[in-house]
Design a binder for this molecule. Structure first.
Ligand code: G3P
Length: 214
């Protein structure tokens, strides 16, 4: 499973990149706003750090505008994936941009039918928002299972990018189902490493090593 960071904070991206386990980055307008930096400037810097896909989202609502903006975004760097909303206009823009070999991340996916449609329109990634489904008492992880089953039924190559991840078990459950990618906040990526028994065990090994004869 590929690990993406869901952030526009460059310091977090550099840290995870140094760990050697970062496969890509997803941003959205809210995350860029949080970074308090100009959109294109921050996306360009992120794309220069990460050796993998960096998603940059359109902020327009009609297909012609999305196509125009998507083409501009794709010029920022070779590893830019254009994030399009899963709407009727987004479907049209997805078809048009995919035909021009611009890789698309279809975002704001909340149903299996949306994932099926965006794959048909040529999306490279679909982003089901599992945490936001859990927030409204729906089973976000069931959506990942449903999309996996449908894509496997038809050998669809579009990758499932599990998004709106809130805790490490979301990542583990998505991996068990066979999600291709999980994008997560920096805090969740850090949490993946930690186990209290590892810390206790390491303390004991270090203490015993100090007591042992050289
Ligand atoms: O980047 C899209 C998605 O991961 C957003 O997550 O936590 O705002 O629902 P969240």
């Amino acid at each position: 499973m590929k690990f993406f960071l869901d952030t526009a904070m460059v310091d977090e991206i550099k840290t995870a990149n140094d760990w050697g386990i970062l496969d890509g980055v997803t941003t959205n307008p809210s995350l860029v706003y949080k970074s308090a930096r100009p959109f294109k400037e921050v996306v360009k810097e992120i794309a220069s750090i990460v050796n993998g896909p960096v998603s940059a989202e359109v902020t327009t609502l009609t297909a012609p505008e999305m196509v125009k903006q998507g083409l501009e975004l794709s010029k920022i760097a070779d590893n830019i994936f254009v994030k399009l909303p899963t709407t009727t206009e987004g479907v049209k823009a997805c078809k048009a941009l995919s035909a021009k070999k611009i890789p698309i991340n279809a975002t704001l996916i909340f149903s299996a039918s949306q994932a099926l449609i965006m794959a048909k329109a040529g999306a490279s990634f679909v982003s089901p928002f599992i945490g936001r489904l859990d927030d409204v008492s729906e089973d976000g992880m069931q959506l990942i299972r449903d999309i996996r089953q449908i894509y496997d039924n038809y050998d669809i190559q579009t990758e499932i990018l599990t998004a709106s991840v809130r805790h490490p078990m979301h990542v583990v459950e998505a991996a068990k189902i066979g999600s291709d990618i999980a994008t997560m906040p920096f805090k969740v990526m850090e949490q993946l490493f930690h186990h209290p028994l590892t810390d206790i065990g390491l303390d004991k090994f270090m203490a015993d090593f100090k007591k042992s004869k050289a």
